[in-house]
Structures are given as structure tokens and as C-alpha cells.
Design a binder for this molecule. Sequence first.
Ligand code: IYR
Length: 227
Amino acid sequence: MADKKIIDNYPYIHYNTPVLSEPEMIERSLSFYEIMDRRRSVREFSDRSVPKAVIENLIKTASTAPSGAHKQPWTFCVIENPEIKKQIRIAAEQEELQSYESRMSSDWLDDLKPLGTDWHKPFLETAPYLIVVFKRSYELDVDGNKKTNYYVQESVGIAVGFLLSAIHNAGLVSLTHTPSPMNFLTKTLKRPINEKPFLLIPVGYPAEDCWVPDIQRKDLAAISVFY
Ligand code: IYR
């Protein structure tokens, strides 16, 4: 059978994925769930270095995510430079201080109490890498005309899901951090006008004495309805 064909002037390639037996499917879906269930958001990082090739692989994995009209409307900025990390920490902590002291509601602050968060963000300097994910709501062509992207929020959200899974699969930890507002990142990283910060993700090893909140996940009955 031919591997390629043309439909309506566009090229297609043959697609095929190995068919698993049902027992194997059950075993693999369960073991993947058990692996993913061990993922935790971590706020205490080690400064131990991580090979850059690993970070490159993680980003390539994130970019395998589906996206609206396959526009891949994302840019992953990787920060390793201590000076830039410091600038980001200072700016993030300035915003967070104001948020914790006056912008967040008392309900919100109460909801965060079990997580033990506050405005201090030392992990922004400790973690060997910060990945700042930018969403691209449109592209600019050579003449400066805007070409809109589609389902940008959904697409970038899925790509970040892939990224977090890949980080965990590599034996590393991450935090989905959202200093608010995040526009200082556009300036610090000199990003173009069509990009807006989406998430700031420190990546590395957990600190040797790392603690995370003892929280439980909802069970299947609470999160699903089967018809
Ligand atoms: N951005 C703040 C506050 C915060 C908000 C939520 I919702 C969290 O789940 C965790 C933190 C911070 O990073 O501390």
C-alpha cells in the first residue's frame, strides 16, 4: 500500500498505531495513571543542574499537542541565566506582594491556606530552568498583517499539559506559576506584541527535604458521569 497520497491538492500520509490487546491496554492505562498520580506541584527546588538536551526534548514533546488549525500558537522561553531569573523573581514578587496584601479576596486567601503559598518566590532563582510559555493570539506576516490563530487558550493549555507530563516522566518536577499580572515577562524577555504570557514553569529536581501539602484528588465518581 502506498504511504502517501494527495487529496484536494494536499498531501496525506498513512497513519497507523500498534493495536494493543485489551489486557495490555488495561495494564498500560492503569500504569500510566499510577505514574501521573505521583505528579505533584512543587515549590521547593534543588539548584542541581539538568542537561539542556532534556529541556529541549520536553519542549518538543509539548509541541506535539494538537492545536487549532495546527497553528501551534505557542512560544516556550527557557531561562537559565541567573541575572534574568533574578529580574523575574523581583518583578514577580512585587506583583505577588500586592496580590496577597490587597488584590486577592479573603475567600481566595483562605482557599490557598492549605497550600502554604505566600508572595515569596525563591524557586524562581533556585530552579535550574524557568520555562515561560507565551500564547500567540495572532501571527504577523511579512507586511505586518495580522493572521489570527484559533482556540489559542485551549491549544496552549493542552501543550502545557503535555509539557507537565513530560517533565514528570523525565523524573523532574515543576510548578504552574501565575504571577499576576504577568505582563512584566513580555518586557523582561523582550517578546513581540503578538505574544502574551500564559504560564511560568520552574523545572528541576525537588529540594532534598521537599514537602508538599497532603491533599487528595477527587475520585472517579466525583469527576465523571458515564451515560
Ligand atoms: N499566583 C499566586 C497565588 C496562587 C493562586 C492560586 I488559584 C494557586 O493555586 C496558587 C497560588 C502564587 O503563585 O502564589
